[in-house]
Structures are given as C-alpha cells and as structure tokens.
Design a protein around this ligand. Structure first.
Ligand code: SAH
Ligand code: AVI
Length: 332
C-alpha cells in the first residue's frame, strides 16, 4: 500500500506501513504473547519515542558498537566507496543515519548526481534523516521508504545505477540464524553482479563488556525496552503498565547472543482490547523482546555463503569490537 507523502524535486518519501503494520503488529503480538516463553519482535521498539531512545543509547558510555562502527567507517569508508563505485546507496534501518556520512561524503566527491534510499519502519527516522541530508548535500536525490525491510525490499526503485546496500549498526544480529538467512537471501535478490552489500556486525567479546552495553547505568536501555509495551498500548488499546516490568539483558554464550527481556515484577494480567484478549504473567515471568547476536570473523563467511553471497572483505576497529563486511553476489 503506497501513499507518497512528498514528491517534490529530489526528495521523495513513500510510506508502505500504517494499515499493514497494524495487521502485522496484531498478528505478532497475539502469536508472541501466547507462546512459551512469551516474546515480541524487536522491530516494534521503534515508534518516534523508541527511535529517540535508541539515539540516546548510541551516546551511552557503555554502548560501544556505534563508536566502534563509526571508527571503522571513518577509516575505511572512502576505500570501500572507491572499491565499489556506487551511484546509489540503499540503507536498511538507517535510524538517524549519522554514520552514513562516511559513505555519502566520498560518494559525492566525484561528478554526477547520486541517490540515497533509506528504508526504515520508523517514519520519524526516515523523515528526519531525509530532511537533514537533503539540506546538507546538493547533489543527492533522496528517496525515503517508510517500510519493513523484511516485506518491502522489492519497493526499492531500480534503475541502472550501481548499488551499495548498507545494513549498519548490527541490526542483522537482531535476527536469529534462520531469519538472517532469509533476510540475506531477500537482499541478494536486489543485487546485480557489480552491486555490493556492506553489513555491520558486533563481535563476540567478554561477557562483562557485552552485558554492560545492554544494562546501562542511566537506565536508557530499560526505557527503550519498556517502550515496546507503550507501542502495544497505543496501537492495540492495551493497558500494560511498563513500570511493572524489569529490564534484564543477559549474554547467552551458547547462542552467542544478548537476550533482552522484560520480567513481570509481580503476578498480574493485562488486557489487549484491540485483540480481545488478556495476558497473564506469573511473578518473574518474562517476555523476550530482543536477541542481539554476536559474530566472529570466521562465522561471517558462512552467513553469506548460505544466502548466495560471497564475503569479499572484513574491516574492523583496532580493538576488534565490531566488524564491517563487504559481500557481493556469488555469481557476480
Ligand atoms: N543503522 C542505525 C540504526 C540502528 S537501530 C545505526 O546503526 O545507528 C535499528 C534501526 O532499524 C531503527 O531505525 C529501526 O527503526 C530500524 N528497523 C528495525 N527493524 C526494521 C524492519 N523490519 N524494517 C525496517 N526498519 C527496521
Ligand atoms: C539496533 N540493534 C542493533 C541494537 C542492538 O545492539 O542490538 C538495539 C539495541 N538494543 C538494546 N540496545 C541497543
């Protein structure tokens, strides 16, 4: 369902969410909260408040991934652009797109117009980054897509331009192995032989550092986590009381992921009027709200191979906290 909201000149934003998202939220909430253990997909964190809280997370002293990825982009962004020579940058889940400058600056160094296509479920994120970048870059056409990159990748307009698809921030780690494979396969369908994919992944490291990043002392991650209940309250007429849930994030070293949960502080029942259902919680029972997988440089090759992609290069920061990997289609 498309309803273009702005088609003026070089800035255009197409919105594919709204009705469809409400239907998928209703489906996912019913399925997740009747499962054992209860769970919710992380994409519902990101209403405008959730996007704002995520931005605050990126500034926290404990949350190293953003700074580590920024340092890799600062060091290697120009080299990557030089190698790929993209005419178009498609970014999956850009959020504020602050790090994207490290790719856009070298892309816009040469002659000729370039295009940027951010696709994000957060309408505020797409609108704000599109406005900011269109004011900053003269030679950049921006075609924002408010959509779900699991469902709407085929809406990304295609012309003959060489494309770089960026999936930064470690967001791919918020999928489990099966979901990652299917996501990477979908991305693969959007790549022609000379196109490339650039993915940010957090790397395995000591438990203490990982858990500190997701249990910050200022409580911002806790507020971000609880925000998913506000999203359900507003959209599905529910009466969750977020403060009745405790935030907890634990590293599971068997699965190599941080598992983020909301634990009920006491036994109670919440009503979701929009779904005509009630959800009961035992004292301490939890909802799993996110996994955040951690990778090794070796595991990346297998991730790509399973999706018809070939790993071409891996870039890391000096502390090897985070990795950026560049891949292309296997038969490219
Ligand atoms: N890339 C940015 C933001 C990461 S936060 C960075 O590195 O800082 C994750 C972003 O992905 C959010 O902006 C969120 O709204 C978006 N997102 C999460 N799931 C999504 C989905 N299924 N489709 C589109 N965007 C999604
Ligand atoms: C967006 N994503 C990669 C973040 C992460 O680190 O998994 C989301 C996040 N959750 C808690 N803090 C940050």
């Amino acid at each position: 369902m498309s309803s273009p909201t702005d088609t003026s000149g070089e800035l255009r934003i197409d919105v594919y969410l709204r009705d469809g998202t409400l239907a998928s939220l209703a489906h996912d909430v019913r399925e997740g909260l009747t499962a054992t253990p209860k769970s919710l997909p992380p994409k519902y964190f990101y209403d405008s408040r959730g996007s704002e809280l995520f931005e605050q997370i990126t500034e926290l002293p404990e949350y190293y991934p953003t700074r580590a990825e920024q340092s890799i982009l600062d060091e290697f962004g120009a080299e990557i652009v030089d190698q790929v020579q993209p005419e178009e940058l498609v970014e999956l889940g850009p959020g504020s797109a602050r790090k994207t400058h490290a790719l856009l600056d070298p892309m816009l160094d040469g002659p000729g117009p370039r295009r940027y296509v951010p696709i994000d479920v957060s309408e505020s994120a797409v609108a704000e980054c599109a406005d900011r970048l269109s004011a900053e870059y003269d030679n950049l056409a921006i075609h924002g897509i408010v959509g779900d990159f699991e469902r709407h990748l085929d809406r990304v307009p295609r012309n003959g331009d060489r494309r770089l698809i960026a999936f930064l921030g470690g967001t791919i780690g918020n999928f489990d192995a099966g979901e990652r494979r299917s996501m990477l396969r979908k991305v693969r369908t959007q790549l022609r032989p000379d196109d490339r994919l650039l993915v940010g992944t957090d790397l395995v490291k000591d438990r203490e550092r990982l858990e500190a990043a997701y249990n910050d002392s200022a409580g911002v991650t806790a507020a971000f986590n609880r925000n998913v209940l506000n999203v359900i309250n507003s959209n599905l007429e529910a009466d969750f009381e977020p403060e009745r849930f405790h935030h907890r994030a634990v590293y599971d070293d068997e699965h190599r992921w941080i598992e983020t949960r909301l634990h009920a502080g006491e036994a109670h029942t919440a009503a979701i009027r929009g779904l005509d259902m009630e959800v009961s919680f035992a004292d301490g029972e939890y909802i799993r709200t996110e996994i955040s997988c951690k990778f090794t440089e070796d595991s990346l090759e297998r991730e790509y191979a399973g999706a018809g992609l070939e790993l071409l290069d891996v870039y890391t920061d000096p502390e090897r906290l985070f990795a950026l990997s560049l891949a292309g289609p296997c038969d490219g």
